[in-house]
Design a protein around this ligand. Structure first.
Ligand code: FMN
Length: 250
């Protein structure tokens, strides 16, 4: 690596278990008073006009995190649409960049997308990798008791382990660091937020429900993905940063 800071910034991206120790309590756990919900600057305020209700405003209005699913499988078409919504390529810029359904700082697209499939018609359960450049799925592995192990990796969130599909974003930080050096880690996390929001809105448009997941155990989730754990120091480093489980709402 070029800088020792790069390694610590990459570790920061892992959050949770990489930084916290079991005996660290948050201010909320310490019962410290909650901060205000919004900043009050004291300037003159003015009302905003109503806007016309549209298909898109209805999607935004309806979007919510859904954690209870009816147990029915997704169709393969639904999964395909969600993957495309998250990371699909809409144009190639020569051989050097892709333009996708979600924005990315400098079009570097330092994310990879995986799907833990538990209930999708015409698709065997297992871990799949979305090959965005080809819009294809790659089977990575089929682990016994995948749902149980996934729930354990997702900090015991059983609803997520049992969901028909759980998407996981990994970061390949060097893809962005190559251009942006130590600003890249921040940009990469922002990119993940954009991509997950696309999944939320795509789910809303299909009548599906989803829930973003950032509470996970880094080493367990990376192990399930078949990725090495420990401090990431090289140009090929890849590790989980975000997840989102999807199902048909109850
Ligand atoms: C970065 C991020 C991480 C989240 N992690 C979790 C999680 O680990 N488990 C969970 O049940 N919900 C998680 N959520 C969902 C939030 O709890 C949810 O967005 C919030 O309660 C507001 O509800 P809404 O999405 O229905 O508006 C996460 C959301 C975000 C944006």
């Amino acid at each position: 690596m070029r800088h020792k800071d790069t390694v610590s910034l990459r570790e920061m991206m892992k959050g949770y278990t990489a930084l916290d120790t079991e005996d660290t309590l948050s201010d909320q756990q310490e019962q410290v008073a909650m901060p205000p919900m919004a900043v009050v600057r004291g300037g003159k305020t003015l009302p905003l006009p109503e806007w016309e209700v549209s298909h898109f405003s209805t999607l935004l209005e309806g979007r919510r995190s859904q954690r209870a699913y009816d147990g029915s499988p997704l169709t393969l078409e639904e999964l395909a649409f969600l993957l495309w919504a998250a990371q699909g390529v809409r144009a190639f810029r020569k051989d050097t960049a892709t333009l996708r359904t979600a924005p990315s700082a400098g079009a570097r697209h330092p994310l990879e997308l995986y799907a833990f499939v538990n209930g999708v018609e015409d698709l065997e359960p297992g871990l799949y990798h979305y090959l965005a450049l080809e819009n294809r799925l790659e089977l990575i592995n089929q682990t016994p008791e995948q749902g149980k192990r996934l729930a354990d990796a997702l900090a015991g969130q059983v609803f997520a382990g049992n969901a028909p599909v759980c998407l996981v974003w990994t970061a390949v930080p060097y893809r962005s660091e190559w251009r942006y050096d130590n600003k890249a880690q921040k940009y990469t996390l922002l990119d993940a937020g954009h991509s997950c929001q696309n999944v939320y809105l795509a789910c809303e448009s299909l009548g599906l429900g989803c829930c973003a997941i950032a509470a996970y155990e880094q080493e367990k989730l990376d192990a399930l993905l078949g990725l090495p754990s420990g401090p990431s120091e090289d140009k090929t480093a890849e590790f989980a940063i975000y997840a989102c489980c999807v199902g048909r709402p109850k």
